[in-house]
Design a protein. Structure first.
Length: 425
């Protein structure tokens, strides 16, 4: 006997006591359930991706943030709890669940916290029942269970997104704080480098054999200044990221490096007979004269004061203090034309200028590392280079040095040499 009844939802066939739902024009229950099952699978795939993002995010954050960072800990806990949901979905899949039904009188999996049975008794031929691994039973979960599971997964997805955003914010802030430290140093270094190069440029006007070296330095200065202008104003509160700050830092370091070569070339081109290099503290003549004599000082007792210029080590710090005080007054530090002069250099000076302008070799205070010569340009002059410019008394700079030098142990005590200061301690 076959009975036929038409329902709102579809065609209900009643055959031998079994019930089947057959699709009609309206969405069938099976189609709706398949959609829910698909959403569950999609949510699970999304949660797996979330977990991978979270683990990767925590791993990279751990190099920047402390291990007890609250976002690292909350994301780690969230990932652990989310794995439980994923394992439930895996369990359903492994047990052959392929759809969700709206009602399940044979449901064998009433809640998430019970593990469904996976072993059943299967009658063997001959009538003996033996416990054995079961063929996969068809588990069904209800719509309500599926929705609960889906809701829980979607909630965790939102938590992942929010927590990862917060973690990234924390990482970005920490990375930027680190980058700002290097950045601040780079700004100061470039400012100092620019000031030094600018001073070299300004103070060598008319002092160099080849002025094209100064033209090249001027171009390098202009370029480096523009890099500083474009990159030197970032503050911690700016919207720039750590990568932005790092890029600005790199640009300024590169700009600083571009100043070195033209500065070296200008220094090398300076045509000033008082500038003598003391890179060899012990020339050959000192073998006979003896280490420690005038012009033959033990290199261990000499220290660099500027560039390749040396002084007796004890005189360097007092000079630096004098120079700093001078800079506070006049805007730039003192430039040392010549500090320690070795014996050979004094011989060359004496050959060029003779006595009394150049001291007899072996008697100069320069040979003791206790004298400096200041350049002509410390004494503003209307005279062109090579003329009387170096004999300038009574300039504001010299008057200041005469008044304040003794506080640092530096005095003018050589008549006729307004450029020469001795360290008397
Ligand atoms: Zn001198």
């Amino acid at each position: 006997m076959v009975g036929i009844a038409i329902t709102v939802a579809g065609l209900l066939l009643i055959a031998g006591g079994s019930y089947y739902l057959v699709a009609s024009k309206l969405p069938s229950l099976e189609e709706a359930d398949a959609t829910l099952y698909g959403q569950l699978m999609d949510a699970d795939a999304g949660l797996i991706a979330d977990g991978q993002s979270a683990r990767s995010g925590v791993a990279s954050a751990s190099t920047v943030l402390p291990s007890d960072d609250p976002w690292v800990q909350s994301i780690t806990a969230l990932d652990s709890s989310s794995l439980t949901l994923h394992q439930w979905v895996l369990l359903f899949v492994n047990q052959g669940v392929t759809k969700v039904v709206t009602s399940a009188p044979t449901l064998d999996n009433p809640n998430f916290n019970d593990t469904p049975p996976i072993v059943i008794d299967v009658p063997t031929p001959g009538g003996q029942a033996t416990a054995s691994p079961a063929p996969p039973p068809t588990f069904l979960i209800t719509t309500g269970q599926a929705v609960d599971l889906l809701t829980a997964m979607q909630k965790r997805h939102r938590l992942y997104q929010a927590s990862l955003t917060s973690l990234n914010d924390s990482v970005g802030a920490a990375q930027k704080a680190t980058a700002m430290t290097d950045y601040t140093t780079a700004v100061t270094d470039l400012q100092t480098g620019l000031a030094t190069a600018q001073f070299l440029y300004d103070s060598t006007k008319g002092q160099v054999k080849d002025n094209s070296t100064r033209v090249t330095l001027a171009a390098a200065l202009k370029a480096a200044k523009s890099v500083l202008d474009a990159n030197g104003n970032i503050t911690a509160g700016d919207a720039n990221s750590a990568a932005d700050v790092q890029a600005a830092t790199d640009a300024m370091k590169a700009a600083l490096a571009t100043l070195k070569d033209p500065s070296d070339k200008v220094s090398a081109a300076v045509d000033n007979p008082r500038i003598t290099k003391a890179t060899d503290p012990l020339p050959a003549a000192c073998q006979a004269r003896g280490v420690g004599t005038n012009g033959c000082l033990d290199p261990a007792t000499l220290c660099v004061v500027q560039r390749d210029q040396l002084l007796a080590c004890k005189a360097v710090e007092p000079f630096n203090q004098l120079s700093a005080a001078f800079e506070a007054k006049f805007g730039h530090g003192l430039y040392v034309d010549c500090g320690y002069r070795n014996y050979d250099a004094q011989v060359a000076m004496h050959d060029r200028y003779g006595s009394p302008r150049a001291a007899t070799p072996g008697t100069s205070n320069h040979g003791l590392g206790l004298a400096i010569d200041l350049p002509d340009w410390e004494y503003p002059s209307e005279y062109p280079p090579g003329q009387a410019a170096e004999i300038q008394y009574g300039t504001p700079q010299e008057n200041w040095l005469i008044a304040h030098g003794p506080k640092y142990g530096w005095v003018f005590n050589v008549q006729g040499e307004p450029w020469h200061m001795n360290f008397v301690g």
